[in-house]
Design a protein around this ligand. Structure first.
Ligand code: NAG
Length: 322
């Protein structure tokens, strides 16, 4: 075999390998262990690329009836997920006003994820994180002390910065929260939001955080609004070396409602799988809007069972299973 043929075969094998996504329910923490970031790729403890696929819970304050063990059991087994995102509200009567209530909800989800052998994103679900830095540091200090030794944990320090400067405001915020987490937990992955609802990745690529291990930047997309232009932007920053994690995506509009664009969602899945990236759907919710994966009144024990899935839920669960 000549060397160019060999090279082609090796490339072909890797494309096939990388483009194949798996039933996420089977890709558990005991199989993949502690995560790390190598270049732009999320890796498992065996030094192999790993892809996480799963569900985000809805805002804790508005859907507390899904913040329990039964829902996380369903997310793992019936929604075919190896990750759950705990979107803990900060404003809107959330953590700032009721830290004990919200902490209890968060711990319930973390412990349910550990019991299910899946990963969990501890999400500081804030749009104004820079105004609540001291509360965020205190929260992540407590969480990383208590749970930092578990390989299940990923931290998301700031859900979606809106239209503020990366270099002047968002980056200093992240550096401060990272230092708090790293004083307790040296290695679990930390996910970092970027301006304009986690879409202006280029600002971060131009001025990345250096000298830190196991950090990734979050990309959020909603397929009925964010199309090829956003994939092109993301592909560019990957070329620049920025590791990306999709901690939230929807099949519809960014508002959470509007039309579902199944074809565009499929283009996103193709691109994500080719890049072996992780993605988490918004949301495990039964609200009357397009982004909800469950019909109204779905009991936690039945979440993601066929008869309780919405149009969006059917797309998402089929993809998680692939
Ligand atoms: C979403 O849109 C549908 C159809 O227009 C509407 O009936 C529903 O009330 C909307 N949901 C919310 C939460 O606004």
């Amino acid at each position: 075999m000549n060397s160019s043929l060999l090279t082609s075969l090796v490339i072909l094998c890797c494309i096939i390998n990388i483009a194949t996504s798996l039933d996420a329910a089977l890709e558990t923490v005991s199989k993949h262990g502690r995560l790390s970031v190598s270049g732009t790729q999320l890796m498992d403890s065996h030094g192999q690329p790993v892809q996480l696929k799963g569900m985000s819970l809805f805002w804790s304050v508005w859907m507390p009836y899904y913040w329990n063990r039964a829902t996380v059991d369903s997310i793992h087994s019936a929604c075919h997920s190896n990750i759950v995102r705990a979107a803990m509200a900060i404003e809107y009567e959330g953590y700032l006003d009721h830290p004990d209530v919200e902490m209890q909800r968060m711990e319930t989800i973390i412990e349910a994820a550990i019991a299910n052998d899946i990963y969990v994103i501890v999400d500081w679900h804030d749009w104004n994180g820079e105004k609540h830095l001291s509360q965020a540091k205190d929260f992540f200090d407590k969480i990383s002390k208590k749970y930092g030794s578990y390989p299940n944990i990923l931290y998301e320090t700031y859900n979606e910065p809106i239209d503020i400067s990366w270099s002047a405001i968002v980056k200093p915020y992240h550096l401060s929260v990272i230092s708090t987490i790293r004083s307790n937990d040296p290695d679990n992955v930390i996910l970092l939001g970027v301006p304009h609802y986690d879409q202006e990745l280029d600002q971060a690529a131009d001025d990345p955080i250096t000298g830190q291990n196991n950090i990734m930047y979050t990309l959020h997309f909603y397929a009925n609004e964010n199309k090829q232009w956003l994939r092109d932007r993301a592909q560019n920053v990957i070329r620049q070396g920025l590791p990306i994690f999709v901690s939230e995506y929807g099949t519809c509009d960014g508002s959470g409602n509007g039309s579902i664009d199944a074809a565009e969602t499929q283009l996103w899945y193709n691109w994500l799988d080719q890049n072996h990236m992780s993605y988490v759907n918004w949301a495990l919710s039964d609200k009357d809007e397009s982004a909800s994966s469950q019909i109204a009144g779905t009991p936690p024990e039945q979440a993601c069972q066929d008869r309780y899935l919405t149009e969006s839920g059917r797309i998402v669960v089929a993809q998680n299973k692939k």
